[in-house]
Design a protein around this ligand. Structure first.
Ligand SMILES: Nc1ncnc2c1ncn2[C@@H]1O[C@H](COP(=O)(O)OP(=O)(O)OP(=O)(O)O)[C@@H](O)[C@H]1O
Ligand SMILES: [Mg+2]
Length: 1107
């Protein structure tokens, strides 16, 4: 960060115009321009601050900047408005001096902004605390309220203050703000009814219409559309960068902070609405008998609404727009108003309403912000007043404004000189008279009580008879003709007779800031500022507190026939008071300059700035300041700044600062007339001398800088070298270590390679030797093996040879013996030896066969089919026969073990086999089942005791069977009993007899060939038991049942044999019907069980699972 210790450091141009060399208007403007181009908008003339409007926001108003300038000496830092504000605040606090800050400049130069910066700076640096903050906030928030009602957009400034404002901020002894008082000067009320082209009415009108809620507008009987109101100019109703709606919210908020009550705000807005309505009231002429026109309100709607808003009786106001009552002494004369007069009256009322409201607002704010304590206060006044105005067409307002500026210039010069003189006295320096232009003579021309222009105007306004602007000019021409600053074509001063730049209805004044031409038209009217009494009385009658307050003269009880003071008179008086006020305070000046007419940043119009520099009297200012000594500075900072220029004072001066400065200046041989020693400051007459010192200092600083640089660079190089050296040693050490390490690695690697080669070579050599040794051993083994082999084979050969020879010997011996025996026994053998040997051999073989058969005999079971195979072919027949005999014998043995009962059973089994074997598929499964006969234990089961007793004979068979229902083929369990004489069907559960069939009635039994248990008992036709028809039954033990039935039938001699029919389709008699029972092989779908279904009347189908 750049650190500044003096205003003289890093200067762009010169920061203080007093130091400008050479001093001329051109160099002055050039300096301003240079600084402006570098965003240096502030420049000093001694303690006066020149402020250029940058027309852009700069970052020089931050909180950090406030801190930077806080408690610093005025010239210590580069020029800034904060330096001035700080100086003023500190003088107020520490020296107990009341201060005033006078801000001047033309419209748009930045006065209002400057005043706000000053106020915000003071607010930032003064004390803090809840109460203090509230006061600060109220003081700051008074600005937006006043700006809304008192500012407007003009061609020069979008936020132009249309009133002069002087605000006294009051502080306690500690410097904490206590409150404030605001004074306002000459509000430009003509703006309410008419605005020049490209300008607007006061902001509040637009803010209200844009920002108020629909509800509020309805209450105020307003429409949001600007074009509905005659008093609002439309060509610039909206301003770039200005948000009226947002501003309205800000203003309402500010009003609340300042302390306005809700009903007060409402009343104010009603008044604003009333002014707008008033502007819409129009008049039409109505002829009267006396030949004059009388004005009448055209459309009464606006009038009505306005009266409703303000609580005024409509007829009263309507009359006031048509008639005017003039009271003279005790007489009252009523005259009619023509249309022009009515419009005049309407506009006068609007202007008065607004300007009085504005004054009331200021007073109301004062009431809120006034200090609460009565203790002595210190005051800082801030004056933001319109600057000098020179237009093409200058009227009464410009005259008044310029008069005010003339007065300000006067006190500016007076106070500057006075301050200068005071400082000289304070510092004990001899006072030399300073030549300057004193504008008292111009002030006198305007305000002189006897023959001043304002006095002339008042005189003319009060004079009876016809008074016009021309009569007023005539008067001026007579009275002021000789004045050297007054110019008029028709004055007695023949000098201007031929001056065509001076029209006849004008006069010209040579102000301190230049000549201004004023047109007299309107001077008288504006000075009179007339509001017809009828109107003020109508207003007073309003049922509206605020309106009543604003028009106290309308009170009939206080009729004052005296004319009210004229505008000029009032203004002169208030300016007088202001001047008196300012004279008692220590002044601080901010002179604002506008760089261009386009409200644009970065544009610097030389001619415009030159014009302002002239009329602000800035050159005058510099000259006054430089007339004595151009520059002054306290000894301490002076010595501190220049001590390096002299050996004695550098680097430290031990004695008092003043002596140090003396030694310094004499050492530098500065001529004695160029400076003077004050009590605490050194005074330098010419800027030249200061610049000489500055130049020397700059050179010296350069030398010092070079020296410091030299030493620093030397030190830096040395330390750098040492560092390099140290590093080099370290690097070398590391490098050597590294190189040795690498070398060692290499040697190690080589050693390893050599080592490995040698080892390899040795190993290979050893391997070769070992291999050789091994091969030798193998060869030995092989050779010895071959050798042993050869030996063994040779031995074997020899042994074989020997064995063969022995065998040959034995054979030859046997043959020889045989031959010998045969030769000996040949004669006996030939007769019967052959037959005997044969028989013997056969006998031996058969013997051997039987013995073998005995060993391989099969078991005694008749079903054992095993039999050994025959070992000799010629015994095959014998072998089979023996097998058959053995089987028959074995069966006989088996049968001989049978009891009678078992025999009967086997007979039954035999019968079953004869009946069913290979005829019915169910048969094979029955073979292994013993035929038990009684399966329900009929004799033991108590359930069947009764049934048992009913049956006379012995029960041959008792079993549960299914009786097939003839209707649906479903089965019902029944006990099936067979005796020698009959068969009985009984209920399984109860044992009750359902049917009893004597065996002789049974003609035949039908069964299928399939694997099912279905059987039909066919009864003999005509038999008594056949009444219900045949029986179709089913049982798993079908084979046993049928066999027993058959055997029982066969055993009985009385009747015919029961016929057993095996077929897959048979007819059964059910009562009258003959039904065919058909057996089919069931599909796999029909599960594994047998199912029986009645297909139709004639067919019962039994499906049997396929095997
Ligand atoms: N210091 C500044 N920094 C930025 N902008 C500025 C500064 N001073 C002034 N301005 C701009 O210039 C405009 C006009 O300034 P300001 O209203 O203070 O002028 P003024 O001298 O009070 O004019 P008038 O006499 O018409 O009231 C401001 O609205 C603002 O945009
Ligand atoms: Mg302003």
């Amino acid at each position: 960060m750049e650190v500044k210790t003096s205003l003289l450091d890093n200067m762009i141009g010169v920061g203080d115009m007093v130091l400008l060399e050479p001093l001329s208007e051109e160099s002055f403007i050039e300096n301003l321009k240079k600084r402006f181009d570098h965003n240096e908008i502030y420049t000093y003339i001694g303690s006066v601050v020149i402020s250029m409007n940058p027309y852009k926001s700069l970052s020089i108003y931050s909180a950090e900047k406030v801190e930077e300038y806080r408690n610093r000496n005025f010239y210590e830092l580069s020029p800034h408005i904060y330096a001035l504000a700080d100086e003023a605040y500190r003088s107020l606090r520490h020296q107990d001096k009341d201060q005033c800050i006078l801000i001047t400049g033309e419209s748009g130069a930045g006065k209002t902004e400057a005043s706000k910066f000053v106020m915000s700076y003071v607010a930032a640096v003064c004390g803090k605390g809840q109460e203090v903050n509230k006061v600060k906030e109220q003081l700051l928030q008074s600005n937006p309220v006043l700006e809304a009602f008192g500012n407007a957009k003009t061609v020069r400034n979008d936020n132009s203050s249309r009133f002069g404002k002087y605000m006294d901020i009051e502080f306690d002894f500690k410097g904490d703000p206590l409150g404030g008082v605001i004074s306002n000067y000459l509000l430009e009320k003509s703006r309410v009814v008419k605005q020049p082209r490209g300008e607007r009415n006061f902001h509040i009108f637009y803010q209200l219409l844009s920002g108020a809620s629909d509800d509020m507008l309805k209450k105020l009987k307003l429409d949001r559309d600007f074009s509905k109101y005659n008093y609002l100019s439309l060509d610039s109703a909206t301003v770039n960068g200005l948000d009226d709606a947002a501003s309205f919210r800000t203003v309402r908020n500010a009003m609340q902070i300042v302390g306005f009550m809700e009903d007060e705000v409402q009343s104010i807005l009603e008044l604003i609405a009333a002014v707008l309505k008033l502007g819409n009231i129009e008049f039409k002429p109505e002829s009267r008998v006396n030949g004059f026109d009388e004005s009448r309100v055209k459309d009464k709607n606006d009038l009505k609404e306005m009266c409703e808003l303000l609580g005024i009786e409509q007829s009263v106001l309507e009359r006031a727009f048509s008639f005017r009552t003039v009271e003279a002494k005790m007489e009252k004369v009523s005259t009619t108003l023509n249309v022009a007069q009515a419009y005049y009256a309407r506009d006068a009322l609007a202007k008065n309403l607004y300007s009085r409201l504005f004054t009331w607002l200021v007073n109301r704010i004062n009431e809120s912000i006034k200090a609460q304590t009565k203790t002595r206060k210190k005051v800082m006044g801030v004056l933001d007043i319109y600057g000098f105005e020179i237009f093409e067409d200058n009227s009464f307002e410009q005259f008044i404004i310029n008069y005010c500026n003339e007065k300000l210039q006067q006190i500016f010069i007076e106070l500057t000189l006075r301050e200068e003189q005071e400082e000289y006295i304070r510092e004990g320096i001899e006072w030399t008279n300073i030549e300057y232009f004193n504008n008292a003579i111009i002030c006198d021309l305007i305000e002189n009580n006897k023959n001043g222009i304002l006095a002339m105007l008042d005189e003319e306004c009060l004079r009876p008879g016809t008074v016009t602007d021309e009569t007023f000019l005539d008067k001026l021409n007579t009275v002021c003709a000789e004045h050297q600053h007054f110019e008029s074509r028709l004055s007695k001063n023949s000098k201007f007779l031929t001056d065509h730049s001076l029209p006849h209805n004008c006069f010209r004044i040579q102000h301190y800031a230049g000549k201004v031409l004023y047109r007299v038209e309107g001077f008288v009217d504006k000075n009179n500022d007339l509001l017809y009494r009828d109107l003020s009385q109508a207003m007073y009658k309003a049922n509206h507190n605020l309106i009543k307050l604003l028009f106290p003269e309308g009170n009939p009880a206080k009729v004052n026939l005296k004319r009210p003071p004229t505008a000029g008179f009032q203004f002169r008086a208030s300016v007088g008071t202001l001047m008196k006020n300012l004279l008692t305070k220590n002044p601080n000046y901010i002179r604002c300059i506008k760089p261009n007419d386009k409200k644009a940043a970065h544009i610097f119009t030389d001619s415009l700035v030159c014009h302002q520099v002239r009329y602000l009297g800035l050159m005058e200012n510099v000259r006054v300041r430089r007339a004595g000594y151009a520059f002054r500075q306290a000894y301490e900072p002076c010595l501190e700044r220049y001590k390096m220029l002299c050996k004695q004072t550098w680097p430290h001066w031990k004695g008092p600062a003043r002596e140090g400065v003396e030694v310094l200046l004499s050492d530098l041989q500065v001529p004695a007339e160029e400076f003077a020693y004050g009590r605490s400051k050194i005074f330098i007459r010419n800027p030249r001398t200061l610049f000489f010192l500055e130049e020397k200092r700059r050179q010296c600083l350069e030398d010092l800088a070079a020296l410091i640089q030299k030493i620093y660079r030397g030190w830096k190089c040395r330390t750098h070298f040492l560092l390099l050296k140290k590093s080099q040693v370290v690097v070398a050490a590391w490098y050597r270590r590294f190189a040795q390490q690498k070398k060692y690695q290499k040697i190690r690697c080589s050693a390893l390679v050599v080592q490995s080669f040698i080892r390899g070579w040795k190993a290979r050599k050893l391997l070769r030797e070992l291999k050789h040794k091994k091969r030798c051993e193998e060869a030995v083994t092989t050779i010895s093996a071959y050798w042993h082999g050869t030996q063994a084979r040779r031995e074997l050969k020899r042994l074989k040879e020997e064995a063969r020879r022995k065998h040959a010997i034995a054979v030859i011996w046997a043959y020889w013996l045989g031959l010998k025996v045969r030769r000996e026994y040949r004669k006996f053998f030939r007769a019967n030896a052959g037959k005997k040997i044969y028989d013997f051999t056969i006998q031996r073989i058969i013997q051997k066969y039987y013995l073998g058969l005995k060993k391989t005999m099969p078991s005694m079971s008749p079903i054992d089919k095993s039999w050994s195979t025959c070992p000799y072919g010629f015994l095959d027949g014998t072998h089979q026969e023996l097998r058959r005999i053995f089987h028959l014998w074995r069966c006989k043995k088996y049968r001989s073990q049978f009891t009678e009962e078992k025999k009967a059973t086997y007979e039954e089994k035999l019968a079953a086999s004869e009946l069913f074997k290979d005829k019915k598929a169910l048969y094979p499964s029955s073979v292994s089942q013993p035929f038990k006969g009684d399966y329900v234990e009929i004799t033991k089961n108590p359930k069947y005791q009764k049934l048992n007793s009913l049956v006379e004979d012995k029960v041959l068979l008792a079993d549960v069977v299914s009786k097939i229902n003839r209707a649906n083929g479903k089965g019902t369990p029944r006990i099936f009993l067979l005796t020698k004489k009959c068969l009985v069907l009984a209920d399984q559960k109860t044992g009750q007899v359902k049917a009893s069939v004597p065996l002789p009635d049974l003609s035949s039994v039908f069964v299928s060939t399939q694997n099912d248990g279905f059987f039909a008992l066919k009864l003999r036709e005509g038999a008594t038991s056949a009444a219900k028809g045949d029986y179709l039954l089913s049982s798993d033990r079908l084979i046993e049942i049928i066999t027993k039935l058959y055997c029982t039938g066969a055993a009985s001699a009385e009747r015919n044999q029961i016929k057993i029919d095996i077929s897959d389709e048979f007819l059964v008699q059910f009562k009258q019907d003959k039904v065919c029972v058909k057996f089919i092989q069931g599909t796999p779908k029909n599960s594994n069980s047998v199912s029986c279904k009645r297909k139709n009347n004639r067919l019962l189908e039994v499906s049997v699972p396929s095997p």
